[in-house]
Write a protein that binds this ligand. Structure first.
Ligand code: ADP
Length: 292
């Protein structure tokens, strides 16, 4: 009896191993078509991590890069709401794969929200489930050829960034903070987390660094200024720039759209375009360092 059970157990284990093995091969295959993988992280919530991830992806796409945006913020996926996207993935019989939403010409989006039946329901995910879902978002989704995959993960240093780092080989981190000391203390934990996992850091960006008056477009300090740059210097991390607080951004994301070309000349969009260029330069430099 015992022997029988053990054999069944072994057969099951074997099948699971084979399945996991096949999926790992599929993940590698998909990843081989993605040049730069960026995980956007933050020490704490509310610093604008999802907004920075979305605008980074949009900015990269508008420069002609082929971009994927993957939202794995299990507990508060905000990308679909911000971009005004809803609905499930489309399954392509031909490709035998899930097709991401085509948001703009060069931008494809997939969010964990597509798997939630009720947008507002709280879902309890265990660590291994999250790991499996993240792996499937790579293996089962037809991302095609991408220059950049931008991944929005929940704040902190929990299961999700860990799973991303373990599943998506070659991922590099973009860390978002605000200038206040309390946010900076948490960001140091994120930096140490990356060091611990030997995950290269593209750099640190300071969000909400000044207030842009929607009438006169003048910028004034909001939570103090320069904390992001100082922390980056202290921790020996590249500083990617500062994005001001722009009230029109809140309005736009509540309405489910993003700031457009019309706002090109605003301090936020100018700062964004510098930040996007920094990310491109740093990503290329890191790729060169790793595979000269
Ligand atoms: P997180 O992902 O860190 O929780 P979000 O990106 O969801 O943060 O942003 C939280 C809120 O702050 C949202 O309402 C968003 O529109 C707003 N926000 C983020 N960055 C800015 C900014 N630079 N200017 C104005 N509002 C911003």
């Amino acid at each position: 009896m015992e022997t029988g059970e053990t054999n069944v157990g072994n057969a099951c284990d074997h099948a699971h191993h084979e399945e996991a093995g096949e999926e790992i091969i599929k993940v590698r295959e998909r990843l081989s078509h993605i040049r730069h993988k960026l995980i956007v992280m933050s020490g704490k919530g509310g610093v604008g991590k999802s907004s920075v991830a979305a605008y980074l992806a949009i900015g990269l796409g508008r420069l002609g890069n082929r971009v994927g945006l993957l939202d794995v913020d299990f507990h508060g996926p905000s990308i679909p709401r911000m971009l005004g996207i809803s609905g499930m993935f489309r399954f392509s019989e031909k490709e035998q794969a899930l097709m991401p939403h085509e948001y703009e010409d060069h931008l494809k989006v997939v969010s964990i929200e597509c798997l939630l039946e009720d947008r507002d329901a709280a879902v309890i995910w265990r660590g291994p489930m999250k790991h499996g879902v993240i792996r499937q978002f790579i293996s089962e989704v037809d991302w095609g050829e991408l220059d950049y995959l931008v991944i929005d993960s929940p704040p902190g240093t929990g299961d999700e960034p860990l799973s991303v780092a373990q599943t998506i080989e070659g991922t590099r981190a973009v860390i978002v903070t605000t200038p206040q000391e309390i946010a900076l203390a948490d960001v140091r934990k994120s930096i140490n987390f990356c060091h611990h996992l030997a995950m290269p850091i593209v750099g640190l960006v300071e969000n909400m660094s000044g207030y842009v008056c929607p009438h006169c477009m003048q910028e004034s300090p909001l939570f103090g200024r320069g904390g992001g740059r100082r922390t980056a210097e202290q921790m020996n991390v590249h500083f990617l720039g500062a994005l001001p607080f722009d009230p029109r951004l809140v309005e736009a994301s509540d309405l489910g759209h993003t700031l457009t070309e019309r706002e090109k000349a605003s301090p936020f969009t100018l700062a964004l375009s510098n930040f996007v260029s920094e990310v491109i330069q740093r990503s290329e430099a890191l790729a060169e360092e790793q595979h000269p």
